[in-house]
Design a protein around this ligand. Sequence first.
Ligand SMILES: Cc1cc2nc3c(=O)[nH]c(=O)nc-3n(C[C@H](O)[C@H](O)[C@H](O)COP(=O)(O)OP(=O)(O)OC[C@H]3O[C@@H](n4cnc5c(N)ncnc54)[C@H](O)[C@@H]3O)c2cc1C
Length: 405
Amino acid sequence: MNGQLADSQNGADSRHDVAVIGGGPAGLSGALVLGRARRSVLVVDDGQPRNAPAEGVHGYLGHEGTPPAELLATGRAEAGRYGARFRTGTVTDAVREDPHGFRLTLADGGTVRARRLLVTSGLTDELPDVPGLAGLWGRDVLHCPYCHGWEVRGQPIGILGTGPLAVHQALMWRQWSERVTLFLHTGPEPDDEQGEQLAARGITVAAGEVTGVDTDGDGRLSGVRLASPAPDGSGGRQETAVLPCRALAVATGLTARAGFLASLGLVPQPQEVNGTVIGSRIPADATGLTEVPGVWAAGNAAQVTEQVIGAAAAGVRAAAAINADLTAEETRLAVAEWRAGRRATGLTEVPGVWAAGNAAQVTEQVIGAAAAGVRAAAAINADLTAEETRLAVAEWRAGRRLPVP
Ligand SMILES: Cc1cc2nc3c(=O)[nH]c(=O)nc-3n(C[C@H](O)[C@H](O)[C@H](O)COP(=O)(O)OP(=O)(O)OC[C@H]3O[C@@H](n4cnc5c(N)ncnc54)[C@H](O)[C@@H]3O)c2cc1C
C-alpha cells in the first residue's frame, strides 16, 4: 500500500464535498469517481472488509483471484491519484450540521465535516453457533457458491440447516458437487416436495444437531459431528456420527453496519428472500439515495446479496448521483448570487436600463432612494466605460490594420 495514501489525515476536520464511510469496493469506487469529478473526498475506514478471510476475489472481471487486500490497495492508490484522502477510524455518529452538510464523529474523538455522505460500511456476518466454525470461516466454512464453489468442486460439501432456505442452498451447491449432504441441524424438515427434489438430485439428508467440526493435520475441515437426543430420556445428547466434509455451507446473519446513522433517523430494514428474513439493509433507491436527503448508501450496506463487482458498480452509481446533486445545489446558489448582484446595482432585465428609488423598491425612503441612485449611476458609468473601451479597442485595431500610405 502506498504509504502516503494509507492515512492522509491532513484536512480531516475541514469540510469535504463528500465523506465516504467505508473503504471497501463500494466506497473506493465511489471515491474514484468523485475524485475524477474534482470533488474533495475523504474515505473513513476501520479496515474490516467483509471478505478479508478469503484467499482471492472471484467473479470480478479483470481481477479474478486477486487477494482482497491487494484489490483494496490498488483501489486506494487509484482514488488517491485523483485527490481522495483516507482516514483510519470508526464512524460512531452522524448528524446534520446545517441545511448543506453533515458532521461525523469518530471513535477516536475526531470529527469530519462533509456536504454529502456516501455510506459504504458493508455488513457483519454472524456465524451459526457451532464450535469451530469461526476458525474455518472464508476458507472451508462458506456462504456463497459463486465465491467459493469452484475451489471445492467435486468435494463432499455439507449444508448447515438453520432456516427455511437450507433446501434451496443444498440444491444450489449441488451444481458444484455430486456429494452434498444437508445437515438438518436447527432448520425445518423438508416438506414432501422438497424431499423429492433432494432425493432426485442425490442429496443426502442427515438428521440431528451439528455439534462441532473436525479438521485434518493441515487445519482444513475434514468432518462434521452430529448428535441426537440421548435414548435414556435424560435430555442430554449423544454423538451419533462424524460425516466426512471438505466444505460446510452456512447461512450467516447479515447485519448492515449502520448504527452510526441512528441520529439521522436512518434505521436498517429487514431484507427478505422468498419471505425469509436474511439480514438487514439501509433502504435506498436505484442511485443509492436514502430517505435522508444528502445521504447515499451502496454495496452490502444497502444490498446484502451484492458481490464485489456489484458493490463497486453501486458505488459508481451513487457517486455520479452525488456529483449531480452537488452540481444542482451549486447552480442554484450561483443563480441566486448572480441575481442578487444584478439587483444590487439596479440593473433591470433590459440591458442598458437601470431603475432606482421607489420605482424599483416601494419601501425605499429618501436616503435609501438617493443611495440607490448613486449605485445605479456608478453602474451605468462603469457600463458606459466598458462599452467605450470595447469600441476604442476595436477602432484602434482597425487603424493598425490600415495599409501604410
Ligand atoms: C468470506 C467471504 C468471501 C467472499 N468472496 C467473494 C468473492 O470471491 N467474490 C465476490 O464478488 N464477493 C465475495 N464476497 C462478498 C464481498 O465480500 C462483498 O460483496 C464486498 O465486500 C462488499 O463490498 P462493500 O464495499 O459493500 O463492503 P466491505 O468490503 O465489507 O467494506 C466495508 C468497509 O467499511 C468499513 N466500515 C464499516 N463500518 C465502518 C464505520 N462505522 N466506520 C468506518 N469504517 C467502517 C469496514 O471496515 C470495511 O472496510 C465474499 C464475502 C465473504 C464473507
